[in-house]
Design a binder for this molecule. Structure first.
Ligand SMILES: Nc1ncnc2c1ncn2[C@@H]1O[C@H](COP(=O)(O)OP(=O)(O)OP(=O)(O)O)[C@@H](O)[C@H]1O
Length: 315
């Protein structure tokens, strides 16, 4: 969905044709922590989902934002995409959802090229929680969540019992039942975020792409959203790719972590392999200590190592 499009259809193809078309080199060797093959063996019984040699940019950007990267999301597992602001996480996610046209490369959903799929068929199989949601004027929570059923319905069809049950399940899971009759415009930022999450849950897809689902949420609701994702994985074997700024959340939630910097993968693997003091210095430009615990890596950020222009920070 583009930023200016207020239509809350769950997913929409916006395939810009005027984008860059340079393809970079093939993925590196399996032993390299940046190799997508590192992930391939970690999957469960969920739906395979991967991108290969993806080149993605914008008409206004001279260089591709993502230049020849590959990503394998282990089936039935949670993959966390982490990286600094502007590193290309949302761009990669949108390209993998076929919301942004790739100049080169392919995205495969259970063996099918997403770009060749009919948009409704894709939306039945893949749900995207975008950062760019805009609700129409005067719409109730329940009505907005019901838009998640759009790919399962004919254009003129009303809601079936199955649709209503899916809407109720999603509203219940996202914990927004108490506000289901409220106007979305009257909700707080965090409440709205939970409603958008409910909408994507109502879509009931095998693959979920979640762009910063914990944004705007207090700690209680952040933990609830993480538990929802865990349940989707553990009870329904959903394949989830989630963009997270909070590395502690990524460490706890993810089976697989991919670290992006300047549109390139700088590490992928299990949280304890990727979330290291070296990665935090290299990718995030911070000095931090990382302690391995039973709950995964515990991160203590200490100080920035350089400013945005790359100059050393002397405190
Ligand atoms: N619509 C757009 N047109 C042109 N450039 C864009 C557009 N959207 C993003 N970009 C650029 O692409 C790069 C990657 O942006 P992207 O939003 O993918 O990063 P991100 O890692 O998701 O960042 P953040 O953590 O801040 O959300 C940035 O340099 C950004 O300025």
């Amino acid at each position: 969905m583009s930023k200016s499009d207020p239509t809350p259809t769950p997913i929409e193809h916006r395939r810009d044709e005027d984008v860059h078309s340079e393809c970079d080199e093939a993925p590196e060797a399996q032993t390299d922590l940046t190799s997508p093959a590192v992930a391939a063996s970690d999957g469960g019984d969920g739906t395979p989902f991967s991108a290969e040699d993806l080149v993605v940019g914008y008409p206004t950007s001279e260089e591709p934002v993502v230049d020849g990267e590959s990503l394998v999301a282990p089936p039935g597992k949670v993959t966390a995409l982490v990286g600094p602001n502007g590193s290309g996480k949302s761009t990669l996610l949108k390209a993998m959802a076929s919301q942004l046209a790739a100049d080169a490369g392919s995205v495969l959903l259970d063996g099918d090229e997403v770009e060749s799929m009919d948009s409704k068929d894709l939306a039945r199989r893949l749900g995207l929680l975008s950062q760019e949601n805009v609700a129409p004027e005067s719409i109730t929570v329940e009505k907005l969540v019901s838009h998640g059923r759009y790919p399962h319905r004919g254009f003129f069809d009303g809601l079936t019992d199955e649709d209503r049950a899916a809407i109720d399940r999603a509203i219940d899971l996202a914990g927004v039942d108490h506000i289901r009759d409220r106007d979305v415009g009257s909700l707080s930022g965090g409440q709205k975020q939970l409603v958008w999450i409910a909408m994507v849950l109502a879509q009931e897809t095998d693959v979920l792409l979640l762009d910063e689902p914990t944004t705007f949420l207090d700690m209680h609701h952040q933990l609830e959203v993480m538990e929802i994702v865990e349940r989707l994985r553990d009870e329904s074997e959903k394949t989830v790719v989630v963009v997270l700024h909070d590395l502690q959340q990524a460490a706890r939630l993810a089976d697989h972590v991919v670290a992006l910097k300047d549109g390139a993968v700088h590490g992928r693997g299990q949280p304890e392999e990727v979330i290291t003091e070296e990665m935090l210095a290299d990718v995030f430009g911070i000095e931090a200590t990382v302690t391995q615990t039973d709950l995964g890596p515990q991160i203590t950020p200490l100080r920035p190592l350089h400013d945005d222009a790359g100059a050393d920070v002397h405190l």
